[in-house]
Design a protein around this ligand. Sequence first.
Ligand SMILES: C[S@@+](CC[C@H](N)C(=O)[O-])C[C@H]1O[C@@H](n2cnc3c(N)ncnc32)[C@H](O)[C@@H]1O
Length: 407
Amino acid sequence: MENWLYCGDNIEVLEKEIEKESVDLIYIDPPFFSNRHYEVIWKDEAEIRSFEDRWEGGIENYIAWMRPRIEAMYKVLKPTGSFYLHCDWHANAHLRIMMDEIFGRNNFRNEIIWWYLWGGRAKKQWSRKHDYILFYSKSDKWTFNYLEVLEGHHLISESAKSRVKYKGALVHHREGQNSEIPKDKVLPSDTWYIPVINAMAKERLGYPTQKPEFLLERIIKASSNKGDVVLDAFCGCGTAMAVAHRLKRKWLGIDISPTAVKLVEKRLRKSGAVKDEHYKTTGLPTTEKDLRKLKPFEFQNWVMDEMGATVSRRKSGDMGIDGHLSKTLWHERAGIQVKQSDKIGRNVVDNFETALRRDNYKQGYIIAFSFGKGANEEVARLKNKGELEIKLIPVQELLDKKKTLLK
Ligand SMILES: C[S@@+](CC[C@H](N)C(=O)[O-])C[C@H]1O[C@@H](n2cnc3c(N)ncnc32)[C@H](O)[C@@H]1O
């Protein structure tokens, strides 16, 4: 089997594309029940990365949405497979009961506590400093490479308290006289201290809720072998894929967001270890119809990506500049406005002209599905005046890549 990246709703992909009982390890980190909406401006590339994490109608709706998805994942898991479900206090109890029902209580293996120091502190209750990772096997046979994930100083040296715990574990270990385990290591436990990705971390991509590679490394090393298939059906910016590839596992990644999937592609290629021929991507928008269905920020990200442009830091949708192209040898610095609509009129061009002048641009592009006569006339008038040039780009043109925009 090849490595695949799928852009789409995981339930459809799992049912249509992935063979039953073909996957050795599943890790998922689904959006939580937390009424948050992330829209994050990237530090480095100033692009908007976003995903929704919002559930209307309460926890029952959330579980009703999750259940058929987990059932579809259960079907693609091999009888010897393992499943890790990453969650936090919002839905932990409800997901645990649902997982017991699907996998059987006997197949519950662990509730791993991933704890960290990051984030604010509360004065009225205990500050929340951990996530849960529910670990299930599909049957009474599963892989657990404990020698690959022995615990040493890197996991437990961060706080004085855990050092004490570590000493206790070592004493116990010596009593056991287990020679395959080095003296300075202990068998792994279900509480993991791993720092969250900090603002300066090399692996940081800026994707909200990006998980540390070290966390995935422990899961993949313990619960799969080289050549096994690892699936992440809510893959976000692809942490599981990047680690699986590095550890010589095969992998399948699914995400509903084209922004996320494009980002995974970039991440994999950037590492140098993953080349285009190592994987295939499917499900990204390829037609006008697909693009019309995208959420506005997804559409905007798609356009900017196609144009090699950068999303503006300023809040989008303010009638201003949604993104820009920097000046290069081949083209001037230019402002970009994106409209996910048809028959763009004269007023849009007028407003864009004002925004361009305000920010000292001499060139601009408006991207939309189609343009009205008024818009074209206004653009021609501006061109004749010679001060400012605005080009109207139909989306189809980007799709066809017929014109080189940067000429
Ligand atoms: C919490 S994030 C995962 C972050 C990931 N673990 C990482 O390290 O980057 C959840 C992801 O689930 C995706 N998602 C939400 N609904 C989905 C669905 N129905 N099918 C596939 N992906 C979905 C979102 O687009 C988002 O990227």
